[in-house]
Design a protein around this ligand. Structure first.
Ligand code: ATP
Length: 373
């Protein structure tokens, strides 16, 4: 087995009455870029800290390459952590900071220098070796923190909002670089963030967390296109959520939106009173009177200019408000308040969501194996 295989089984962490992590099971195979995404307080950091060994689980198991680690102290675990706040040694140069951890490993001086130089080149701070941390920008300091962890060549790197303190532009640059470095080194990355764009751009798979549990775990495109719950739909991108009654109809669902009957290609197992979701970019506006399947009449209520697109808000004939993204490409029609339109909600993009509480369960290790295969 290659190194860097992480398995969590029924992981729980309670702080007194607070259930911070509520039974998480997942499998991250070697070399995967795996992200835990969720709002503040959902248990991401606590999960990461248990993997690192800074917190002891109340229940459950953590296996690294098949070996249970719960009683192994942090410095004996073959994982390293990069935090949002880099905590560099201010009295040392950049190169000394990067090489610091190697002092405690059986690494000769020449070998240490070779590794420090190589990793500094990789994170593009090769020129900065003699500077002190106080002479670096925030982005450069975070590169040093990353280099300091990578130089130890851990099979697993844990990253807790490492780009959180940086401005938006720099974050974008470093996201691309982090992904490149991760692919080059084939290290398992377990990354924590509350930033959906960051999670979608970099990750092989993402676990969306809520209240200490995994709400849904999948590859980014699947989470975005096929969210299981309203929470996931809303957390990743913007979503129109409509209150509907969904009935099973052969191999699909029939969705009652007020008096309108629409088709959804969702599985008939999703049927029930619930919510239907469609992303604004899939809502198509057509001339008033256009007919055919899944057209609902409506009236434009507001148009918000967003630069590369317009956000057109339309009151549907059943009373619901729906948002449509119309590109500002000079070819799409211009819409104004009061325009009568037909709103086309394509069956393939209209998704019935199951929001029963029991749906929001953690992923089992078997499911994770299937996803990773
Ligand atoms: P954030 O994005 O804000 O860091 P998070 O998803 O990482 O949030 P955690 O820090 O894991 O969330 O916290 C999960 C829950 O556990 C929260 O309700 C938090 O208040 C609680 N918690 C975390 N650490 C402790 C602690 N040492 N003592 C008591 N409660 C804690």
């Amino acid at each position: 087995m290659s190194e860097g295989d992480i398995r969590l089984e029924g992981l729980v962490k309670n702080y007194g009455d607070v259930v911070a992590v509520d039974g998480i099971s997942l499998h991250v195979p070697p070399g995967e870029f795996f992200t835990m995404l969720g709002p503040s307080g959902c248990g991401k950091t606590t999960t990461l800290r248990m993997i690192a060994g800074f917190e002891r689980p109340t229940d459950g198991q953590i296996l690294l390459d098949g070996v249970e680690m719960s009683s192994t102290p942090p410095h004996k675990r073959r994982v390293n952590t990069v935090f949002q706040h880099y905590a560099l040694f201010t009295h040392m140069t950049v190169a000394e900071n990067v090489g610091f951890g190697l002092r405690y490993q059986q690494v000769g001086k020449d070998e240490a220098k070779r590794r420090v130089d190589a990793v500094m080149e990789m994170v593009q701070i090769g020129e900065l070796g003699e500077r002190r941390p106080s002479e670096l920008s925030g982005g450069q300091q975070q590169r040093v923190a990353l280099a300091r962890a990578l130089v130890l060549e851990p099979p697993v790197l844990l990253l807790d909002e490492p780009l959180g303190a940086l401005d938006a532009r720099l974050r974008l640059d470093l996201q691309v670089e982090l992904k490149r470095i991760q692919e080059q080194l084939e290290v398992t990355f377990i990354y924590v963030t509350h930033d959906q764009d960051e999670a979608l751009t970099m990750s092989d798979r993402v676990a969306v967390m809520k209240d200490g549990k995994i709400e849904q775990c999948d590859v980014p495109a699947k989470l975005y296109e096929e969210p299981d719950t309203a929470f996931v739909a809303n957390f990743l991108g913007s979503a129109n959520l409509l209150n509907v009654e969904a009935r099973a109809a052969g191999d699909h669902c029939e969705v009652m939106l007020g008096n309108f009957t629409l088709r959804s290609n969702s599985s008939p197992e999703q049927a029930g009173v619930g919510k239907a979701m469609i992303r604004p970019e899939y809502v198509k506006l057509e001339p008033q009177g256009a007919d055919g399947e899944n057209r609902v009449p409506g009236m434009v209520e507001e148009v918000v200019y967003m630069g590369f697109h317009q956000d057109v808000r339309v009151r549907l004939a059943n009373g619901d408000l729906i948002r449509a993204t119309v590109p500002s490409d000079g070819e799409s029609p211009e819409y104004h308040q009061g325009n009568a339109v037909a709103v086309y909600l394509r069956a393939a993009n209209l998704r019935v969501l199951d929001d029963s509480p029991e749906k929001a369960t953690g992923e089992t290790a078997d499911q994770a194996d299937t996803a990773a295969a």
